[in-house]
Design a protein around this ligand. Sequence first.
Ligand code: AMP
Length: 114
Amino acid sequence: MDDCVFCKIVRGDIPCRKVYDDGELLAFHDIHPVAQVHIMLIPKLHLASLMEADGSHEALLGKMLLLAPKLAKKQGLSNGFRTVINTGKGGGQEVFHLHIHIIGGNIPPMVRRD
Ligand code: AMP
């Protein structure tokens, strides 16, 4: 995908602060972190969002979810972390290349009860 920012990162056309790389997956620091740790975990394959995923992506998605706690731990998040997958415009997605946000540090609960 020529104009996809995450495909450009995969190709090395634009830089990133990489924390993980293998044949299928790439993880790097978010350019606008919302917490002390904010990592983007992406497949190298261009998949616009979860809405475009199907059975052929089952192993890939499972691999991403199983990698998330390992990356979080490596970033020092031994006490836990948040994963977020924004899907589609209605889900607040801005970069249309599937990604998991791995967020941690001193973060508040997602739902305020006050
Ligand atoms: P989303 O709203 O789920 O699509 O989130 C996209 C995320 O990608 C945002 O948190 C952005 O800060 C992040 N982002 C966009 N461009 C870059 C980039 N070049 N390097 C790292 N993170 C990026």
